[in-house]
Design a protein around this ligand. Structure first.
Ligand code: ADP
Ligand code: MG
Length: 373
């Protein structure tokens, strides 16, 4: 561990407090900031005042060592801090355009969309791309992949790595996979993630899916606010980790695309909204035949726009690459006539159509807002 981050490097924190903290899963100074005083008091049984003092000291310490910014800073300093933001190329021109270069560190990016829209493929692709050197669009970093749906596939990592001319074995080695079995476990994994992030120079945290387990466990309206609170806690922790450790956080969220189900089901993706209020970027993925559409829904500085992408052996790909590959495969020779009559793939989706299936504020929204930090 970096010497500066040891708990006992804080003045007034001795072996007893260090022990108390690490028993509660708080292993370094960063963890103190990520968890915050209220939670530190709760999990250690410390007085709230004491916890506040320790967290303030931690903050001061990190400011002094230059790891985080001061409470009051000039815009120049904010600008400088933003210069540290890294971008992970998606390996495609189309999505890189949408993301203005790539998926950012110090931010939470939420990708939501229906089943099969490519969220997991996108996560796999980024898990490979982040490992590339900076000159090639990566951050030369490791990955923490929190898999809640058992959809992480090392085989996919191997093919994506090969497609990008990387050594698959090395790539696999730099992805730490944590399989979460229930929402409490998912939260615990994140709470304990600090040392893993540090030791493996993690630059990308994937949570695929962030909301699924919460949604499955807390069914019905009675438990709604409880679920929102827990989910809020998780999502805020995720975004604080991204900021503190200067890494990118990618959270996926499955939503229903069918308007029927959408409006008829009272347990509709409420989680989507919670994540929405916290994420820095929200991207909506939509199926359109074989193609996929990605739309930047919510961003402090990107225009709202959409691009078409494809899915292939290389993970997410540029749409023209699908065509190239299809064209290369001489599976069946078409006569000239057949060729002419071959229909173009359907890729026409209007923004209005996207708007329709996008999660809208619903009756539960008020509960959600009041739970915001
Ligand atoms: N090796 C592959 N080559 C081409 N396409 C693939 C491959 N693996 C998965 N896909 C595509 O990815 C889709 C599933 O995407 P996925 O990311 O799992 O969806 P989501 O996570 O949004 O539910 C499949 O329908 C298929 O079109
Ligand atoms: Mg998936």
């Amino acid at each position: 561990m970096v010497e500066d981050l040891r708990l006992d490097s804080l003045e007034g924190v001795g072996p007893v407090t260090t022990r108390k903290l690490s028993d509660a899963g708080v292993h370094n100074v960063m963890d103190l900031i990520v968890r915050g005083p209220v939670e530190i008091a709760e999990i250690t049984g410390m007085e709230k005042d004491t916890a506040e003092k320790i967290v303030n000291k931690a903050r001061q310490h990190l400011v002094e060592t230059g790891l985080i910014s001061k409470d009051f800073v000039t815009a120049t300093e904010v600008y400088k801090r933003r210069q540290d933001i890294g971008k992970i190329s998606t390996g495609t021109n189309c999505l890189d355009t949408l993301f203005d270069g790539g998926v950012e560190t110090q931010a939470l990016t939420e990708v939501y969309g229906e089943f099969g829209s490519g969220k997991t493929q996108f996560a796999h692709t980024l898990a490979v791309m982040v490992q590339k050197p900076k000159a090639e669009g990566g951050l030369d970093g490791g990955v923490l992949y929190i898999d809640t749906e058992n959809t992480f596939r090392p085989e996919r990592i191997v093919s994506i790595a090969q497609a990008h001319e990387m050594d698959p074995e090395k790539v696999l080695d730099r992805i730490i996979v944590a399989r979460a079995y229930n929402s409490a476990h998912q939260t615990l994994i994140l709470e304990e993630a600090g040392p893993v992030i540090e030791e493996n120079n993690v630059k990308l945290i994937v949570v695929d899916s962030a909301v699924g387990l919460f949604r499955a466990e807390y069914l019905g309206r009675g438990t709604l606010s409880n679920r929102q609170q827990k989910l809020n806690h998780f999502v805020h922790m995720l975004s604080r980790i991204a900021e503190t450790y200067n890494c990118a956080a990618l959270a996926t969220n499955q939503v229903m695309a069918s308007p029927d189900v959408f409006f008829g089901d009272p347990t509709r993706p409420i989680g989507g909204n919670v994540v929405a209020h916290t994420s820095t970027y929200r991207i909506y993925f939509k199926k359109s035949g074989k193609k996929r559409i990605a739309r930047m829904v919510d961003s402090p500085h990107h225009p709202e726009e959409e691009v078409i992408f494809g899915l292939g052996e290389a993970g997410v790909i540029d749409p023209e690459d699908t065509e190239k590959k299809v064209a290369k495969k001489p599976a069946k020779k078409l006569s000239k006539k057949e060729k002419e009559s071959e229909p173009e793939p359907e890729i026409i989706v209007s923004s209005t159509e996207l708007q329709m299936v996008e999660p809208t504020e619903d009756a539960d929204s008020d509960d959600l807002m009041s739970l915001e930090e």
